[in-house]
Write a protein that binds this ligand. Structure first.
Ligand SMILES: C[S@@+](CC[C@H](N)C(=O)[O-])C[C@H]1O[C@@H](n2cnc3c(N)ncnc32)[C@H](O)[C@@H]1O
Length: 294
């Protein structure tokens, strides 16, 4: 083998070695410093051009259009003692919309039970709070809205976040996290029994398999394979988690198209099959590949 090829093989082995041990700190201390730096730059960007692709201002209506159909009804049915976590909240516009009187006007069902509405927590790596966020949270009871930033979801302890009846994620941590199995473990730890996690992935091989990678010549954005190289669809991997009920639905209205996932926690003995990250390229969202197993 020529030196160049040897170097490439060594780099791949190094990448795999690092990625399989990548834990709570997600991308830190890796030979992927360049990709990590690029991803961090995306999180912190205020450049208009970059923000065309890195969308941080989706409304609650956008969330309802992106997530599985049960999302709207589940949110509308939460009472004042229930809790909603939005992972990867960006500017937190979805949460802000929820506390408006317009929301009640548009969702008359369950209005009485809803009362002063559920407590919500927004999580983002970077602080995207706006003047409107500060103004609204100052007007509501102190426990109603919280915005946490500075680290990824998987780095929080259960004691810091508490438990939730509803967790949402629209192109947030589920699309961006380098360690998907660790991320799912944390989500399921934070879900109450019978609570639901609603999320999506763009440009992924859907359960019904009718779609191709969106960009000609490129691969899907998130891919999972077994040790023998055979493919495991994201929906199938989610269904292999114990104590969950999973519904996957392909939606074509988006470019690239998305697959929606609704994951309901049915018992407490959750066990998430490990995924070892083998590839991570920074992006909006990043390109990720995983192998099943440690
Ligand atoms: C593309 S923005 C989406 C914002 C919002 N959901 C929307 O649709 O407008 C991605 C968000 O996910 C956050 N994020 C990325 N990885 C995360 C992780 N592991 N845990 C929590 N938030 C994460 C980013 O900081 C950012 O707030």
């Amino acid at each position: 083998m020529k030196t160049g090829n040897l170097r490439r093989v060594a780099a791949i082995i190094l990448q795999i070695a690092w990625l399989s041990t990548a834990g709570a700190a997600d991308l830190s201390g890796s030979p992927f410093d360049e990709e990590r730096a690029k991803q961090e730059k995306i999180y912190q960007t205020d450049e208009e051009k970059m923000l065309e692709n890195y969308v941080i201002d989706r409304s609650l209506e956008n969330y309802a259009g992106a997530l599985a159909s049960g999302f709207e009804g589940t949110l509308a049915a939460l009472g004042p003692n229930d809790r909603w976590l939005d992972v990867g909240a960006g500017k937190g516009f979805a949460i802000l919309d929820y506390y408006t009187s317009n929301y009640d006007y548009r969702h008359p069902e369950g209005r009485e039970k809803r009362g002063s509405k559920a407590q919500s927590v927004a999580i983002s790596i970077e602080d995207r709070r706006t003047f409107l966020w500060h103004k609204t949270s100052a007007m509501l009871a102190t426990t109603k809205m919280k915005y946490l930033f500075g680290k990824g979801l998987q780095e929080y302890a259960l004691e810091d976040l508490g438990k939730y009846q509803l967790i949402s994620d629209v192109i947030g941590g589920f699309s961006y996290s380098a360690n998907l199995s660790l991320f799912m473990e944390k989500v399921l730890e934070l879900l109450e029994l019978n609570g639901s996690f609603f999320t999506v992935l763009q440009d992924v091989n859907s359960q019904d398999g009718g779609n191709k990678p969106f960009y000609p010549g490129a691969s899907f954005l998130t891919e999972i394979s077994k040790a023998d190289g055979s493919e495991v669809k994201v929906c199938s991997w989610l269904k292999s988690i114990s104590c969950v009920e999973v519904a996957c639905e392909f939606k074509t209205g988006w470019r690239p198209p998305i697959e929606t996932f609704r994951i309901r926690k049915t018992c407490n003995a959750v066990s998430v099959p490990a995924l070892s990250p083998v590839h991570f390229n920074a992006g909006t969202p990043p390109e990720r590949r995983y192998r099943v197993g440690n």
